[in-house]
Design a protein around this ligand. Sequence first.
Ligand SMILES: Nc1ncnc2c1ncn2[C@@H]1O[C@H](COP(=O)(O)OP(=O)(O)OP(=O)(O)O)[C@@H](O)[C@H]1O
Ligand SMILES: [Mg+2]
Length: 239
Amino acid sequence: MVISFWSAGGGTGKTTLAAAFALALKKYKKDIVLADFKEVTPHVHKYFGIELRDKSNIYEAVENGSSIAEAVNEHLQKKQGIWILSGFGMNDFAKFEEKHFSAVLEVLKNEFEHVVIDTSAGIFFSSTYTALKNSDVIFAVAAPSVWSIEDTAQMIDFVSNRWGVEKERFKAILNAVDKEEIDASTAEKILEIKTFNVRYGPKNIIRDVSKIAEFLLKKDTERVIDIKKAEEAKSFGIN
Ligand SMILES: Nc1ncnc2c1ncn2[C@@H]1O[C@H](COP(=O)(O)OP(=O)(O)OP(=O)(O)O)[C@@H](O)[C@H]1O
Ligand SMILES: [Mg+2]
C-alpha cells in the first residue's frame, strides 16, 4: 500500500504528519518505509538526524540497466523502527525524471508492505507526479483557512482531471487546527472528500495521526475482507 502526504501550498505539515503516520503504523504493521519524494530541499533526513546523500547511483542504475534494488537499498536506513529513504537534493533534481522516481517506487513497493511518501507541495515536480499516480491513498494536508482549502480543491481537480488520479484516492487533513477559520465539516463540503483534523502541538499530532492510521487500516482490512468474500462468492458460482 502506498500512502502519500501532499499539499497545494508549502509548509502545511506534510513532513511532520508523514513521519508521525509512518511511526504510528509500527503499532500494527511491520515493513514500513518512509520515502522522501521532496526534491531540491528535502527534510525527512533532518527530522531523523541522518545525512542527505547524493543518489546518482540510482540514476546510473536506471540508465545502465543494472540492479536498481541494489542501488536503492544502499540508501535505506532504519531509524526508530522504520526504514527511511532520504530525499533528492539539488544535484539529483537536475537529473531525475519520472522514470527514475518510478523505478525507486517499484523497488520500495516490492520490499515493503507500507510505503509512506512525503511529497513536494504543488504539481511542479516529477517526483510528485510519480508519487500521486502510484498512491492508494493521498492525504492532502491543508491549513484550516479558506484560501488553503480553495487552493487544495483546485489542485485536486487538476491532479484528478489532468493526471487521471481518481478523486476517491484523496483524503484531506486540516492541520494545526488551533486558530481555525474553517472546520473539518465545512472543508469536507468544499472538497467533497473525507476530512480529518490534526490539532496543534506534538502530543496532539501523535494522538490524531494514530486515529487516522487506525481508520485507514480498518478500511484496508474491510477492503481485503470484501475482496475475499467476492472471491468466495465467485467460487460458489454466485455473482
Ligand atoms: N499539528 C501541528 N502542531 C504544531 N506544529 C506543527 C503541526 N504540524 C506542523 N507543525 C510545524 O509546522 C512547521 C512546518 O511543518 P512541515 O515541515 O512538516 O511542513 P511541510 O508541509 O512538510 O513543509 P514543506 O512544504 O516546506 O516541505 C514545522 O515547524 C512543524 O513542526
Ligand atoms: Mg516537508
